[in-house]
Design a protein around this ligand. Structure first.
Ligand SMILES: Cc1ncc(COP(=O)(O)O)c(C=O)c1O
Length: 401
């Protein structure tokens, strides 16, 4: 609960911050994670793309080119740069989801998309459903909107679809928030049958789906799956982002929205920041048209695939015997579970004494956390460094109960 400054002889007590601001969840492992910033620490905790894979020359060329165009340093429209929207729409359509530029609103990262959808779709006290565990900053955004957040559990690596159906009936949610492909934090992907079932439940129970897809293009194995928007076009609002496939510093994302809520989202966008940076949007559009994006993304995929494999190969000797973990087909994360009786937060303190770190899973739960879970990111380091870090991790468990 936030507190107001104390009254003194010369000042009056100031009003406290809003209850909603006070209710947003901060990570209980923040202090431990602050220690991961020491340069000697090999940290599998962050979810950062590898900076050496950013196409710096291509992005610089795009900014240089657009600086000569009229208007790139001027105010612009709230919906976003028309060329950028056309390019993103063209990519959706080529990927099997017919999309018009008019269906898209450019946002300052997909994180802003989450905020705009919360503003547009939620009143304080409304219930929404999320996967449990769930992307932490989405939970924060929903808390700031005053939402009641109900988690849908997994059974093994599969979403509990019967629970989704039952909880949808019980709560009448405004929407179900899902990261269907290579989820953060678990790396899990809903298979075709699960997607079809989610779409069917949404139609039958009458709720929207907010489909957040920043990792969709980071696939290293397995076949692509249809998006939920393809399966239930009237019910799904999709979020996309260039953060993981070009660079997060661009802060360019988008909302692909159904027509009924588009005007309200546009007004929310206008109220939030008028529009996303004109020059950044123009440079992103130029970069897409330049054709440099695909080879750069291939380099990213190849490097991350090798890093994922290095992590999966080393995990058997890095985690205590009896641990389990998944083998994601893409994205940035592996989700692991320690054996009975172990606690991933306590063990992180021991790992840090060996200069290695991960994120305990408990930060990602809206309900009762599983203290044995942890998230490991495999994108930040080259394979040798991953092996080095995981061998350090293997040395921590003797003391790590
Ligand atoms: C699931 C998910 N959604 C949204 C975001 C925010 O991405 P952006 O950089 O586009 O704001 C992230 C970032 O890690 C994420 O993992």
């Amino acid at each position: 609960m936030p507190t107001a400054p104390q009254d003194t002889a010369s000042t009056r007590v100031l009003p406290a911050p809003s209850l909603r601001a006070g209710s947003a969840k901060t990570s209980p492992v923040r202090d431990l994670l602050a220690l991961t910033r020491r340069p000697e620490v090999i940290s599998f905790a962050g979810g950062l793309p590898a900076p050496e894979l950013f196409d710096v020359d291509g992005i610089r060329a795009a900014f240089d080119a657009v600086l000569d165009s009229p208007g790139v340093l001027q105010y612009s429209t709230s919906e976003g740069d028309p060329h950028l929207r056309e390019e993103v729409a063209r990519r959706y359509t080529a990927d099997g989801l017919p999309t018009d530029a008019a269906d898209l609103i450019i946002t300052t990262g997909s994180q802003q998309g989450l905020g705009l959808l919360s503003t547009t779709l939620l009143d304080p006290g409304d219930t929404i459903l999320v996967e449990e565990p769930c992307y932490l900053a989405a939970l924060q955004t929903f808390a700031l909107a005053g939402a009641r957040v109900v988690g849908i559990p997994y059974i093994g690596d599969e979403l509990d679809l019967a629970a989704l159906d039952r909880l949808a009936e019980e709560h009448g949610p405004k929407f179900f928030y899902t990261v269907p492909t290579f989820q953060n934090p678990t790396g899990r992907t809903h298979g075709l049958e699960a997607r079809q079932a989610i779409a069917e439940i949404a139609r039958r129970r009458g709720f929207r789906i907010v489909e957040d897809e920043p990792y969709r293009q980071l696939r290293y194995s397995g076949d692509p799956l249809p998006s939920l928007a393809e399966l239930a076009p009237e019910h799904v609002i999709s979020l996309g982002s260039f953060s993981k496939v070009i660079a997060p510093g661009l802060r360019i994302g988008w909302i692909r929205t159904t027509a009924d809520v588009r005007p309200a989202i546009t007004i929310a966008k206008q109220a939030a920041d008028l529009h996303t940076s004109t020059i950044d949007q123009a440079a992103a559009a130029h970069y897409l048209v330049s054709g440099r994006g695909e080879p750069a993304l291939d380099r990213i995929r190849n490097a991350y695939a090798a890093r994922r494999d290095a992590m999966l190969d080393a995990l058997p000797s890095a985690l205590p015997s009896g641990s389990t973990w998944n083998r994601p087909d893409g994205g940035m994360f592996v989700w692991a579970r320690l054996p009975e009786g172990w606690d991933a937060t306590e063990s992180l303190a021991h790992a840090l004494t060996k200069d290695v770190a991960y994120v305990p899973g408990l930060s990602f739960y809206c309900g009762t956390p599983d203290p044995r879970t942890l998230r490991l990111s495999f994108t930040t380091y080259a394979p040798d460094r991953i092996r080095d870090g995981l061998s350090r991790l293997g040395a921590t468990w003797g003391a790590g109960r």
